[in-house]
Design a protein around this ligand. Structure first.
Ligand code: SF4
Ligand code: SF4
Length: 406
């Protein structure tokens, strides 16, 4: 971590300074928009995943990280707007630059009302708060352990069977709903050991396939200090009764992935949620080729890069009473497809002394080395090829458990 990392204020920029935004995704584009609305011109975006020269974004050039070497450190002011604040964690990249900032206040205070501002308005606030949550420990290391998000899996079942599901549903031959008593015990233990969870994400499979999921949702909305409970659904099921009632809460957001003809109850679901005042958002998906279990031959260096650049390498997942660092690891291990890796998982079904559990969660959450699962995963970063989403298969894919050496 850079010792000089602070939250950006406009007074940090002097006339003649070169302002550079790290990253080129949603948060970087919002940062660009916020800076320009203050009359601060952005010289360029720097993106580590840039593949070709000449790319422009919002009218501004995008350059590769190698371009940093030629920049004058005294006149260059860097703002890390990479969604996962990876630059901020790469002190070797930042060592030459005394002025490196995060853009939390900048984004929170920006007026994005102008037309042409990036990111859909209903999604903008969430993206900014997601970024802010990741910046928080970098800006004010307090010894607190607050988790950005927790995926809470309520079922292994899905109403669709997508051949490339990155949560590996296509491999479940006999999917089960989660044991809710076990899930509640695990949640209680986990939340007692940390200083809060910003966002709970309820998912499956298809969470509405479990008619008793309302009980979990009520528990999660009962945690007063979490900002959001987001339910991820594929638009095939309109929940009824208690499950639908559990969604009527100001902190609930239902995110519907619109798979076109496959999301056969999409319109009905949207109308029903609207009629009850439930906040929802529907989006078309973009998929990467990340849904297959199989050993990938990589050098140790490539494996480390696969992990460190993975966009879900801190997406803690609670599945069947165990806590994992990412959904691929969770489901591949739950399926019994990987060699045993006790260091990659925390079993919350057994009772832990609070401090020991807290230390284990922190070690998993801040982990820097690849998981066993990474060896068998195609990875999830901007270099992973995109594919056609939601291609259906009739039967579960065959599963060949991988034994021995990881
Ligand atoms: S990607 Fe497809 S199979 Fe996977 S959870 Fe979503 S709808 Fe179900
Ligand atoms: S197994 Fe590794 S590379 Fe795959 S999704 Fe998880 S953290 Fe990312």
């Amino acid at each position: 971590m850079s010792p000089h990392l602070t939250d950006f204020t406009p007074s940090a920029v002097a006339a003649g300074d070169r302002v550079v935004v790290f990253g080129a995704g949603d948060v970087a584009q919002l940062t660009h928009c916020a800076l320009e609305s203050l009359g601060i011109r952005v010289a360029c975006f720097v993106d580590p995943l840039l593949t070709g020269a000449g790319t422009r974004l919002r009218g501004t050039e995008v350059v590769a990280t190698s371009a940093l070497a030629a920049m004058d450190p005294d006149s260059t002011c860097l703002i890390d707007a990479w969604d996962h604040t990876r630059y901020a964690r790469k002190s070797e990249l930042l060592a030459r630059f005394p002025r490196v900032f995060l853009g939390v206040r900048l984004l929170r205070e920006a007026d994005f009302d102008e037309s042409g501002a990036p990111v859909a308005p209903e999604e903008r606030g969430r993206r900014i708060e997601h970024y802010a949550a990741q910046c928080a420990p970098l800006l004010a290391p307090t010894g607190h352990l607050r988790l950005r998000s927790l995926d809470v899996v309520v079922t292994e079942a899905c109403s669709m069977r997508c051949v490339d599901c990155s949560n590996l549903m296509q491999y479940y031959a006999h999917p089960r709903h989660s044991d809710l008593d076990e899930l509640h015990t695990s949640l209680e233990q986990l939340t007692a050991a940390v200083d809060g969870v910003d966002e709970f994400r309820v998912l499956g499979g298809e969470p509405f396939a479990n008619p008793r999921a309302g009980r979990v949702i009520r528990t999660l909305t009962g945690f007063q200090d979490s900002r959001r409970v987001v339910i991820y659904t594929n638009g095939t099921i309109v929940p009824r009764g208690d499950l639908m009632e559990s969604l009527v809460h100001p902190r609930i957001l239902v995110k519907i992935t619109d798979y076109g003809e496959h999301s056969r109850r999409h319109e009905e679901l949207c109308a029903e949620l609207s009629s009850r005042g439930v906040t929802w958002l529907s989006q078309k998906p973009v998929w990467t080729d990340s849904g297959r279990i199989g050993r990938i031959e990589r050098t140790p260096q490539e494996l480390r890069r696969t992990f460190s650049d993975c966009c879900v390498n801190d997406l803690l997942t609670l599945l069947n009473g165990r806590l994992y660092l990412c959904p691929f690891s969770a489901n591949a291990m739950n399926l019994g497809a990987l060699p045993a890796a006790p260091q990659d998982v925390i079993d919350l079904r057994t009772e832990w002394p609070r401090n020991e559990l807290r230390a284990r969660i922190e070690a998993l959450y801040t982990r820097k080395s690849p998981l066993t699962a990474c060896t068998f995963c195609r990875g999830r970063d901007d270099t992973t090829p995109t594919i056609t989403p939601a291609v259906q298969v009739r039967r579960p894919l065959p599963l060949t458990p991988v034994k021995g050496r990881a």
